[in-house]
Design a protein around this ligand. Structure first.
Ligand code: SF4
Length: 480
């Protein structure tokens, strides 16, 4: 599968594995997949786990289990053919052959899951074991966990045998090409869409660092530009935004980015500032942190349900007078009710509420309103008071150091460099999720738990403090 993503990835993975960096997102996906895999195993209580990381031993144990217990399901059954080794998540024996079930943590079957299953089926069949069906089992979004460890219905198997069969004729060719890649020098492949499709490649940092782009403002920094537009600009010979003639850019944002790149000066108008100055007090600056796990932990939650576990709010009660309130769940039980109760108390029923990308906060509040009907009116009222600081910033501000992005992490250093995230242990939403998952783990010790909680509080608090500074900055637009 590494070869299918990019031959260079396979080469690096084989010969320079030390260059890989695992992203927190990949770690989260792996954890989620492992938990779903464990839940899947519970559905076959008499199954045998091939429980070793020694691949030779795994092959041997699989052979022995198939011979001694031909009627029992196997987990992590290991097979090898033509130098390709696979471990099947679940293999269920039957009268005319086995069912191969590949378990995925996602909530639907993706094309690359089918390719993965096809390679596995190719290997298993080549060893002489017939397969009657190949399935990809994924988390069923409609599943609601009743508690007590009962995950019946969490996994939804989907038959992919025909799709798998359609790949079969190509697989020997993939294997030959992968082997040829490994007999040669490092492939001279440059970064492109393949680096994040279907997964973020663990060599992305390495490849990006070795491809030093001499261009200071590359075409890719044109905000949300259509790939065809970028391709046409490149085809016309432009590599740096500063070279593009004005008439070739139609979007106001693109023109602003070009202008800032050429002049080195920031753009700031007073549209957002005048709105902010007219806003009444109290003004709230609000942010949620959320978690979504494939295998639900708390009753009445489902796979990949987005659950808020933390919020921070800076409230400006009068010009320059700030109060800070926050909530962080303990991690031992469903945080939704307490989270909703505390935020209703903090946000009251007056004053605008500013969030960056407020759509996200509004969605979470409306979901909570459905999930906790006795708080529905209060939560809906809060959602209706939200205003989006990201939209205001997009409308009124741009700095050349933002390099085509209006993410808060890009905007902030240009308006409040002292609020750098670099000195925080938790620096983004993915690391926050990872930290909270560790807080949730029963085996996490008290000291580590309180350290993680401190990091989480620092991070979310920094986010809303940043919003206060951003709003003040936008308000300053009329200062001349
Ligand atoms: S980062 Fe991109 S180019 Fe480099 S190995 Fe990965 S997929 Fe290939």
């Amino acid at each position: 599968m590494a070869y299918r993503q990019c031959p260079k990835r396979l080469w690096l993975q084989t010969f320079r594995p030390e260059l890989a960096t695992e992203s927190p997102l990949a770690r989260l996906a792996m954890q989620s997949g492992n938990r779903i895999g464990e839940a899947a195993r519970r559905l076959y209580p008499d199954g045998i786990l091939i429980d070793t990381n020694d691949l030779r031993a795994a092959l041997e144990q699989t052979r022995a289990a198939l011979a001694d217990h031909p009627e029992k399901p196997l987990f992590e059954a290991t097979f090898e053919h033509d130098g390709v080794l696979i471990r099947a998540d679940v293999l269920v024996p039957g009268r005319n052959g086995a069912q191969l079930i590949e378990v995925k943590g996602s909530s639907s079957v993706k094309d690359y899951h089918v390719e993965d299953a096809a390679i596995q089926a190719w290997v298993v069949r080549a060893t002489g074991l017939p397969l009657t069906s190949v399935q990809v089992a994924h988390a069923d979004r409609n599943f609601r966990y009743a508690g007590g460890g009962d995950y019946t219905g969490l996994i939804k198997p989907q038959e992919v045998t025909r799709a798998v069969d359609s790949f079969t004729p190509q697989i020997a060719g993939w294997v030959t090409a992968a082997r040829a890649t490994l007999t040669g020098a490092e492939p001279g492949i440059v970064c492109g869409p393949q680096c994040r499709d279907p997964y973020e490649c663990p060599f992305l940092k390495h490849c990006a660092a070795t491809e030093t782009d001499p261009t200071e403002f590359p075409i890719d920094e044109l905000y949300r530009a259509h790939p065809k537009h970028k391709a046409a600009l490149r085809a016309a010979g432009y590599s740096d935004i500063r070279q593009i003639p004005q008439h070739l850019l139609k979007s106001e944002k693109h023109l602003r980015i070009r202008e800032a790149a050429i002049t080195g000066r920031a753009y700031l108008d007073d549209v957002a500032g005048s709105q902010l100055r007219a806003a009444p007090y109290p003004r709230h600056y609000f942010d949620f942190e959320t978690i979504a796990v494939g295998c639900p932990v708390w009753p009445d939650t489902g796979p990949h349900l987005v659950i808020p576990f933390q919020w921070s709010c800076h409230t400006e009660t009068a010009p320059g007078v700030l109060e800070h309130r926050e909530f962080l769940a303990t991690g031992t039980e469903d945080p939704r009710r307490e989270c909703a109760e505390t935020l209703i108390a903090a946000l009251g029923d007056e004053g605008p509420i500013y969030a960056y990308h407020a759509q996200f906060e509004a969605l979470r509040l409306r979901e909570l309103a459905k999930q906790i009907p006795d708080f529905a009116d209060a939560l809906t009222g809060i959602a209706n008071r939200l205003s989006c600081l990201e939209k205001m910033t997009l409308a009124s501000y741009y700095h050349p150091d933002m390099h085509g992005s209006w993410s808060l992490k890009r905007v902030l250093p240009t308006v409040a460099p002292h609020l750098d995230y670099a000195n925080l242990a938790v620096r983004d939403g993915v690391l926050a999720q990872e930290a909270f998952l560790e807080v949730m783990e029963p085996q996490t010790g008290a000291e580590r738990r309180s350290e993680l909680r401190r990091h989480l509080l620092d991070y979310c608090g920094r986010d809303t403090e940043a919003l206060v500074h951003l709003a003040r900055f936008l308000e300053s637009a009329n200062a001349g």
